[in-house]
Ligand binder design. Structure first.
Ligand code: NAD
Length: 278
C-alpha cells in the first residue's frame, strides 16, 4: 500500500524557487505543481487545452501554499502547446516578464498512442516526438538561456519513463521519445554542470493517471498490470511528485545527469523473480 500520511515528509525545501511545470492540468504534472507549492515554490502551471483543469491545479497549488504557511505566491496558469516552438517562446517570455526569474523547469508534458510500428503514420510519429522530446529540448533551451544570463544555477527535471530503458512494443514513437530523454538529460547535465545548473530526469513506472485510461478503471486489466510490478501496485502521482521535489531541492545538490526511476521495481527485470534461467 502507498503511505497514507505523508505529511511528516513534507519540508519547505523550495522556498524562494520559481518553477514552470509543463502539462500540469492533470496527472503527474498537477501533482508536481502542487507538491512544489507545498514545499514553498511559486509555480507556473502550463496547460495545452483544458483551462478548467488547469484552474483546478491552480486552486490546489494556492491551497497547498496557504496550508503550509507559504502565504500567497504568484502562481498562475499559462496556455501553450509544447509541440509548438512559437507557443513555447511566448510561454517563457510571459513567465519571465512576470516573475523576472525562473529556477526550475519541469518538462512533464507528454502523450502516447498505440499503433503497430509498421503502420505508424508519420504525422502521429512527428506529433509525439514534437511534444515529448523536441518540446522538452526547446523548453530546456529557454530555461538554460535564462540560467546562463543570470550567472548560473537552476535545474531542469525531465519526466521520462521506465520506457527510457524498457522497449514498449506498439508505442514506437513514445519509446523513442523517452529513450531520447536519456541523452537529453545527460548531455545538458554535462554541458552546464560548470555553471551550477543541474539536469536530471524522473522515470515513472505505471502510475494512476489519465494516460492509463485503457486499464486504470478496469479491475481485470489493472490486475494484469500490477501482476508485473514487483511492489504489487501501481504508483500514485504524489509518489512521483515527491521525487521531482527532491531533485528540485538542495537535498539533490550533488546530483546531475541522472534518471531516478520510481517504478515499484519495474526496471529490475521482474521476469527474473523466479529462477527459470539456470
Ligand atoms: P496525463 O495524460 O494525465 O498528463 C499528460 C499531460 O501532458 C496533460 O496535462 C496534457 O494536457 C499534457 N500535454 C499533452 N500534450 C501537450 C502539449 N502539446 N502541450 C502541453 N501539454 C501537453 O498523463 P501523466 O501520466 O500525468 O503523464 C505525464 C508525464 O509522465 C508524461 O510525460 C508521461 O509520458 C510520463 N509518464 C507517465 C507514466 C504513467 O504511467 N502515468 C509513466 C511513465 C511516464
Amino acid at each position: 500500500m502507498p503511505p497514507t500520511d505523508r505529511s511528516t515528509s513534507f519540508h519547505s525545501r523550495l522556498v524562494g524557487q520559481y518553477a514552470l511545470v509543463t502539462g500540469a492540468s492533470q496527472g503527474i504534472g498537477r501533482a508536481v505543481a502542487v507538491r512544489l507549492a507545498q514545499e514553498g515554490a511559486t509555480v507556473a502551471i502550463n496547460y495545452f487545452q483544458n483551462e478548467d483543469r488547469a484552474e483546478e491545479t491552480l486552486a490546489l497549488a494556492r491551497a497547498a501554499s496557504s496550508d503550509r504557511g507559504h502565504g500567497e505566491p504568484d502562481h498562475f496558469t499559462v496556455k501553450a502547446d509544447v509541440g509548438n516552438e512559437h507557443e513555447i517562446a511566448a510561454m517563457f517570455e510571459g513567465t519571465l516578464s512576470r516573475w523576472k526569474r525562473l529556477d526550475c523547469l519541469v518538462n512533464n508534458a507528454g502523450f502516447q498512442k498505440e499503433s503497430p510500428s509498421e503502420a505508424l503514420d508519420v504525422e502521429t510519429y512527428r506529433n509525439i516526438i514534437d511534444v515529448n522530446l523536441t518540446g522538452a529540448v526547446l523548453c530546456a533551451q529557454k530555461a538554460l538561456a535564462h540560467f546562463v544570463a543570470r550567472g548560473g544555477g537552476g535545474s531542469i527535471i525531465n519526466c521520462s519513463s521506465v520506457h527510457q530503458i524498457i522497449p514498449k512494443p506498439g508505442y514506437l514513437a513514445y519509446s523513442i521519445s523517452k529513450g531520447g530523454m536519456a541523452n537529453l538529460t545527460r548531455t545538458l547535465a554535462l554541458e552546464f554542470a560548470g555553471r551550477g545548473i543541474r539536469v536530471n530526469a524522473v522515470g515513472p513506472g505505471a502510475i494512476d493517471t489519465p494516460i492509463n485510461e485503457a486499464w486504470r478503471d478496469d479491475p481485470k486489466k489493472r490486475g494484469e498490470v500490477t501482476s508485473h510490478i514487483p511492489l504489487g501496485r501501481v504508483g500514485t502521482p504524489e509518489e512521483i511528485a515527491a521525487v521531482f521535489a527532491f531533485l528540485a531541492s538542495d537535498d539533490a545538490s550533488y546530483i546531475t545527469g541522472q534518471t531516478l526511476y520510481a517504478c515499484g521495481g519495474l526496471t529490475l527485470f521482474p521476469e527474473f523473480r523466479d529462477n527459470w534461467a539456470s
